[in-house]
Design a protein around this ligand. Sequence first.
Ligand code: PBG
Ligand code: ZN
Length: 320
Amino acid sequence: MVRMRRLRKSAALRDLVREHSLQVDDLILPLFVSETAVSPIEIASMPGVVKYPLAGLGEAVARAVAVGIKAVLLFGIPARKDPRGSGAYDSEGIVPRAIRLIKSSFPELVVIADVCLCEYTSHGHCGLVDSDGCVLNDETLPLLVESSLAYVRAGADIVAPSDMMDGRVGAIRAGLDAAGFEDTPIMSYAAKFASAYYGPFREAAESAPRFGDRLTYQMDPANAREALREVAADIAEGADLVIAKPAMAYLDILSGIVRNFHVPVVAYNVSGEYAMVKAAAAKGWIDERRVVMETLLGMKRAGARAIITYHALEAAAWLK
Ligand code: PBG
Ligand code: ZN
């Protein structure tokens, strides 16, 4: 008889046949830095996550480094928003300043800068908007290139465009190359779905669109094959790593990408996924630690090479 239980008999046997594991090296910690905060500001829907003032960022990064985190993903919240999102590509904007500060103390830390306009635009869309409220694709690209250059010049190790405009990876690649940054990788949010799971993030970044939605640029949650076209396009344009986002309800997307392409694939365990786990844990309905570790391991099993997660600090401490 086939007895599957033979290999489950002891902890040592289970260790021997285990196929996947989670390590601290897999974790990317998102960090919010606010131009107006004077002390850390809590985000109601994301317990344990805060928006740091520039002055508090060094300490936050030190805590992450102390538990072994090797990569962070930066989001900026500017003091002022305008229709063209000018805070995104200002070389003295909040993110370039944050990058310089982090890099001066932690040169080894991989600093990834999210590239998008939605945190910086008064209308909350990820690109420029015309008088009819249409989000303009090609007109937005130079601003994404300028943003990327501002972050890379400040010392960012990787840029991560999350806007979902077509052709942005190619435009950013050309812009970086022309400025002498041909060795800086692009991690594109290649398969990014128009998801309700981003709700808490938009509260944090104050980036909810003022009108309409993101359905004309982010992907339709019903589409899986289209995600492969998105990834193929981004790789052809020069993406070095690709992100699949959200993660939990989209692990089929992630594993489809992993099976079809050979670039590292990153899972984004988004804000709403975090919020649900935290809420259930606060009620005492789930064992938070076990649920978090099982969730992150599930993403590894689906094929993620790395995971962007708000649980990174706690998970890293648990892995120690
Ligand atoms: C900005 C951006 C968003 C997220 C990452 N970058 C929000 C959005 O597209 O509305 C979502 C992250 C999360 O929910 O954790 N384009
Ligand atoms: Zn955006």
